[in-house]
Design a protein around this ligand. Structure first.
Ligand SMILES: Nc1nc2c(ncn2[C@@H]2O[C@H](COP(=O)(O)OP(=O)(O)O)[C@@H](O)[C@H]2O)c(=O)[nH]1
Ligand SMILES: [Mg+2]
Length: 434
């Protein structure tokens, strides 16, 4: 068997160490509201420390310095503030039209001088019309380093590591080339000695700038695609408490989201999942709560995890949600109880700061004897595992969406978790008022 993975490291960002800055600039470590996913406009003012979906030793070290309020931290919701990128063909078309409309400075009587003045101005205008939008994009797309760690993880999972920065670098590279070639040709044109020469240099310059832009304009469209993708991502709202369902694939998480939701759950699409992730709402005492799926976790090392699993880890690492951990001991889900036990132990140890509830699902299928896979010993020599195979972790509730067993108790316990989360939120606002 492989050695335990880095999963055994504690999360570098346990929710108990999350930092929030209030409107009056005060930080309240250890107290936080729960977050949730939704497509609503993001309006919160909470801020969170640095990190990304993949906890590492280096990041564990960083946590200490993060706890100091002086550290550079960023708020959440950057994807909704991305600048609107124009398609490159439109930028070029509009720049050419505007440049050609530029007239020479009034009052130049000499024909050659007038022509070279017009030429230099038109080349300068084309250069600016192309370079200014590119500069705006480069300046207004956020530096990934300063993004909320959850959003940073989403960029990495969605676009691939380094792609976001590469595209921005390419756009900036194109801008610099346009500026340099534009200036060179404008100055060349301004030095013409005849009208004809000025006309030739103008046409030559326009052609050259257009050529360069046309050759590389795909980088602008790449940036446009990035903006579209990121803007379409589910938005996190840190003001509404959330319950996140976690567990191996097919253990019954989505079925339980349906059971817990007051209405019909929405489907939330991350670009790297083929199947949407369910999100439901619960209305309790006139308050709205959120319950959401996470993609299933398998027993493997972090480096072997797919993006769906990494999304689950990103949620647990960076968002202060409560956890409903689902265990399927019926042998139906495809992950053996002993593998589920390993995954559970890793995750439980790693994310100690979350409010937590364990349920054993599909209780209608549970037999009197525990499920033992063909590849496993009936008795594991690990009493803890043997006990897990029969009844799940200590304190877990048996539930079945088929027979309704345990659902009432589960809902009751979930309400308790929400109340605890609400108490934390209130605590924060009380502290703010002091
Ligand atoms: N017998 C039984 N089957 C269930 C129960 N809950 C879920 N299932 C089935 O288990 C499969 C996986 O459920 P799903 O909710 O999609 O699991 P997820 O992948 O964890 O979201 C589906 O075929 C469900 O119908 C249950 O309580 N009893
Ligand atoms: Mg599901």
């Amino acid at each position: 068997m492989k050695a335990p993975s880095s999963l055994f490291l504690k999360s570098h960002l346990p929710s108990s160490t999350l930092l929030f800055r209030t409107s009056n600039g005060i930080f309240y470590p250890k107290l936080h509201p729960i977050s949730f996913f939704c497509k609503a406009i993001q309006t919160n003012s909470y801020e969170i420390a640095n990190g990304s979906y993949h906890p590492s030793l280096q990041q564990t070290k960083e946590t200490n310095s993060m706890e100091k309020p002086s550290r550079k931290i960023e708020s959440i919701g950057a994807f909704q503030k991305l600048p609107v990128v124009m398609p490159s063909i439109d930028i070029l078309g509009s720049a050419l039209r505007k440049a050609k409309r530029v007239t020479p400075t009034k009052g130049i009587a000499n024909i050659a001088k007038r022509e070279k003045n017009k030429g230099a101005k038109q080349l300068d205008a084309l250069m600016k019309e192309l370079a200014v939008p590119l500069r705006t994009y480069v300046e207004n797309f956020p530096n990934k380093t300063y993004l909320h760690p959850y959003e940073r993880s989403l960029i990495e999972l969605t676009l691939g590591d380094g792609y976001y920065e590469k595209v921005l670098r390419n756009v900036d590279g194109l801008r610099k080339r346009i500026v340099s070639v534009g200036k060179e040709h404008a100055s060349h044109c301004a030095k013409s000695s005849t009208k004809r020469e000025a006309e030739e240099r103008l046409n030559e310059g326009l052609k050259k700038i257009e050529e360069i832009f046309a050759l590389e304009r795909k980088v602008v469209d790449d940036l446009l695609d990035i903006a579209k993708t990121l803007r379409a991502m589910p938005v996190i709202n840190l003001e509404t408490p959330t319950l996140c369902l976690v567990g191996a694939p097919n253990v019954g998480k989505s079925s339980l989201v349906h059971v817990l939701s007051t209405g019909k759950p929405e489907i939330c699409n991350y670009p790297f999942t083929t199947r949407g992730i369910l999100m439901g709402h619960i209305i309790l005492n006139y308050q709205k709560f959120q319950v959401t799926d996470t993609p299933g976790l398998l027993k493997r090392h972090d480096e072997d995890r797919n993006n769906l699993e990494k999304l689950t880890l990103a949620v647990l690492s960076h968002l202060p949600t409560a956890v409903l951990y689902v265990h399927d001991l019926s042998g139906e889900c495809g992950t053996s109880p002993s593998d589920q036990f390993s995954i559970y132990k890793e995750i439980r140890e790693r994310f100690t700061g979350h409010l937590w509830l364990d349920v054993v699902s599909k209780s209608d299928l549970l037999k009197t004897s525990p499920v033992i896979y063909a590849t496993e010993e009936p008795c594991s020599a690990q009493p803890e595992l043997d006990k897990y195979r029969i009844s799940g972790p200590n304190g877990s509730i048996n539930v079945s969406v088929k027979t309704q067993e345990g659902l009432h108790e589960m809902k009751h316990r979930v309400h308790e978790l929400f109340n605890l989360q609400m108490a934390k939120i209130k605590n924060i606002s009380n502290n703010q008022e002091k």
